[in-house]
Design a protein around this ligand. Structure first.
Ligand code: G3P
Ligand code: MG
Length: 391
């Protein structure tokens, strides 16, 4: 293995391979580094082998996460070789400008402080007029009867709602709050990270999906909520719903995998079926799910890898993907890391090779739901495997 390190680091030879590392269950368990994770990254850095981190995690800014990871792993990391679940949301230009229009807002869900931490990340991406479940609850505690114990917390981390704009009479559900009666309109719902108050967040999403064109506090005149199953649900310009990752399970500190953002999505799916009568009524929950294992996220990650490799190695003309033959995707979750790498069709002709480790979601000895190229003990063994097979 070390001989191939030496070969790869020969000054004139730009390595024709690179690594992509998942974080939770590969490098860290919650905030605790996994043994040999730091050594694995340090070894690649010393040999000038490019790598990026690609996580379905999130909930804070890229800068804060990179600083935390550099500290925890004792390895200097860079914003340019880091992708988290909601990083690609920055490309949703269509919904940024909406925030300029008076009385319109984008709803960001998930993360700490009632969504306020993720709001600031969304604003760093260029979104304007971002509201959070904490803002809505602080302004309208009757919105959801069961989070009163969190009211002070939400008030501490909330902002006043953007000024609504009266747009003429709408069919309003009885008793909708006067403050919303002037119709603050939500133009897009972005689930940045795992919600901390599923009851409140589920209620707000459901209200919006039953609203008239995303106007908070209204019901669509097309749907006599909640008698929907009798009539079937009709779309009425409700806001699109984006999830930043599909993970049903993830490897946190507890020895058993924990429910992830995908569980919140499944909850909404099930609730939506009950409210609308489901496929029987020809209704599904319309949503966009990004993150690993989607082609969108792997394409985004390959482009980040190309830029990073180009920057790191001063690779010749063209993008940093030139001459990159193999990428080794090191992950712990067969459904996100392995399936994503196995299915990814690189426009660059690069071969993505999945390597599954036993330090996270995957249970040693079980049959992985998606077969990797190799199953190894930990991330250092995965680096050794990749080096050995890099040809
Ligand atoms: O919320 C984090 C979890 O969904 C998985 O993160 O790093 O294993 O992709 P990761
Ligand atoms: Mg993982």
């Amino acid at each position: 293995v070390y001989r191939s390190f030496q070969k790869a680091s020969a000054p004139s030879k730009v390595p024709d391979f690179a690594f992509v590392f998942d974080i939770d269950g590969v490098l860290l368990r919650a905030a605790t580094p996994i043994p040999r994770a730091s050594e694995a990254l340090s070894l690649l850095q010393s040999q000038k082998i490019p790598f990026i981190l690609l996580t379905n995690g999130g909930g804070t800014s890229e800068a804060a996460r990179v600083a935390e990871l550099s500290d925890k792993l004792q390895v200097p990391l860079d914003l340019a070789n880091f992708v988290q679940s909601h990083t690609p949301f920055a490309s949703l230009e269509a919904y940024k400008g909406h925030g300029d229009a008076k009385g319109e807002a984008v709803l960001v869900i998930g993360g700490e402080e009632g969504g306020d931490v993720c709001r600031k990340v969304a604003e760093s991406y260029g979104f304007k007029n971002v509201i959070t479940p904490g803002d809505l609850y602080a302004a309208h505690p009757d919105l959801w009867p069961f989070s009163k114990h969190l009211l002070e917390y939400y008030r501490k981390h909330s902002r006043p709602l953007p000024a609504p704009v009266y747009r003429g009479p709408h069919a309003l559900s009885p008793g909708s709050d006067a403050a919303l009666r002037n119709h603050l309109r939500c133009t897009c719902i972005l689930v940045f990270n795992d919600p901390r108050d599923w009851g409140l967040d589920t209620t707000i999403v459901t209200d919006l999906l039953l609203s008239h064109q995303g106007y908070l506090g209204t019901t669509s005149p097309l749907n006599n909520h909640p008698s929907l199953p009798n009539k079937g649900y009709q779309q009425d310009g409700q806001p699109p719903l984006y999830f930043s990752n599909p993970d049903l399970w993830w490897a946190a500190r507890w020895h058993l995998s924990r429910l992830g953002q995908g569980a919140f999505r499944e909850t909404l799916d099930g609730l939506w079926r009950s409210i609308t009568g489901g496929e029987g009524n020809g209704v599904i929950l319309h949503k966009e799910v990004w993150g690993k294992p989607t082609q969108l996220t792997y394409t985004f990650a390959e482009n980040v890898l190309g830029s990073w490799r180009g920057k790191m190695l001063g690779a010749g003309t063209g993008c940093g993907l030139e001459g990159l033959r193999n990428v080794y995707m090191i992950g712990d979750n067969p459904e996100s890391d392995i399936r994503g790498a196995n299915n990814y069709q690189s426009p660059n002709g690069t071969s993505w090779n999945s390597v599954l480790v036993k330090t996270g979601v995957y249970l040693d000895g079980s049959e992985p739901s998606c077969p990797p190229k190799a199953i190894v003990d930990d991330v250092f063994s995965a680096v050794e495997w990749g080096m050995k097979h890099s040809g």
